[in-house]
Design a protein around this ligand. Structure first.
Ligand SMILES: *Cc1c(COP(=O)(O)O)cnc(C)c1O
Length: 339
């Protein structure tokens, strides 16, 4: 029986063509800033996001951390949604390493608006931390941030002397789903990170983009964190290949996600967050059944799923074809669970 891995879009493996691009990459010592392939990737990322410069980082977590370290830092506050990746999945590095105090805000789906920030900006008193950054995440749980929210948050930030960091790990999914360009989204943030290693299918890496002055500081912090790497052109070649070939095809992942979500919904036993299926992520529950139990049942029929708290999560990706999707839907239909 084939196993279909829908735990995440990080599980994809580099294709033969991507591996060939990696093998043939021209390389140099990137700590000396002498890697020509990395230079190309960083220029591509800067152009795609409309920022002055970009910097390769080994992970999205490090990209977010550097953005907060530079723009907030010790004794400063960061405003972010309580269900954001920075809060839930980055081991408190915002506090432990950047030295900033995260202030979490509850909002439906984690989508903030300027109104949510009202009254949250502090500073000017001898005994309070100063608010420095608003961090937004797009997509968040596969859901696309409405552009007007991003515009409102950016305007609010400008008026209040705050920076905006956009955790755009899956921002290309948002671009493909909404038709709003990454550049447009990024224009409403001072800095943006995006992952090469998720839907875009590269094995390693994220890009951190911002102004020239910001990237100069980011370079120093990356080195301090142990993220200065040498012949990175091998990884950059995978990133270039991903940006050249794997953006438009995210539409396939989105179509597959909708088909799988519909099969789940039609099964009668799954309660699917259909409105949330805008890109490649599906969340659902099965009655009173524990999410981990549902994951076990899915595993028995060769579908690997993940849990996110009490909810089951499926993520379509580059290694799941249209035929695979048909087979996955059939297996879901054959499952008798929850009653
Ligand atoms: C995956 C992800 C990250 C971090 O990426 P890693 O490369 O796994 O460190 C950050 N933010 C969001 C929203 C993510 O989904």
């Amino acid at each position: 029986m084939n196993i279909f891995d829908l735990r995440s879009d990080t599980v994809t493996k580099p294709s033969q063509a991507m591996r060939e691009a990696m093998a043939n990459a021209e390389v140099g010592d990137d700590v000396y800033r002498e890697d020509p392939t990395m230079e190309r990737l960083e220029e591509m990322a800067a152009t795609l996001t409309g920022k002055e410069r970009a910097l390769f980082v080994p992970s999205g977590c490090m990209g977010n951390l550097i953005a907060l370290y530079v723009q907030a830092g010790r004794g400063k506050e960061v405003l972010t949604a309580s269900n954001s990746h920075i809060i839930g999945h980055e081991i408190g590095s915002v506090a432990a390493i950047a030295g900033s105090l995260p202030i979490t805000i509850d909002a439906p789906r984690g989508v903030l608006s300027a109104a949510d920030l009202e009254g949250k900006v502090r500073g000017g008193s001898y005994d309070s931390a100063t608010t420095a950054v608003v961090a937004v995440e797009n997509t968040i749980g596969g859901y696309c941030y409405p552009l007007e929210n991003m515009v409102g948050i950016y305007d609010f930030a400008q008026e209040n002397g705050l920076k905006v960091h956009l955790d755009g790990a899956r921002i290309f999914n948002a671009q493909v789903a909404t038709g709003i360009s990454v550049k447009e989204y990024a224009s409403w943030a001072d800095t943006i990170t995006f992952c090469l290693s998720k839907g875009l299918g590269a094995p390693i890496g994220s890009m951190l983009c911002g102004s020239d002055a910001f990237i100069n500081e980011a370079l120093t912090v990356r080195k301090m964190l142990g993220g200065g790497m040498r012949q990175t052109g091998i990884l950059a070649a995978a990133g270039i290949y991903a940006l050249d070939h794997n953006i438009d095809r995210l539409e396939d992942d989105h179509r597959h996600a909708r088909l799988i979500a519909e099969s789940l919904q039609e099964s009668g036993w799954a309660d699917v967050d259909m409105e949330g299926v805008q890109t490649n992520i599906i969340f659902f529950t099965v009655g009173q059944m524990k999410a981990s139990e549902v994951v076990s049942r899915f595993k028995e029929v060769g579908i690997l799923a993940n849990t996110e708290g009490d909810v089951v999560r499926l993520v379509t990706n580059l290694d799941i074809s249209a035929e695979d999707t048909t087979e996955i839907c059939a297996r879901i239909k054959s499952l008798k669970i929850g009653n």
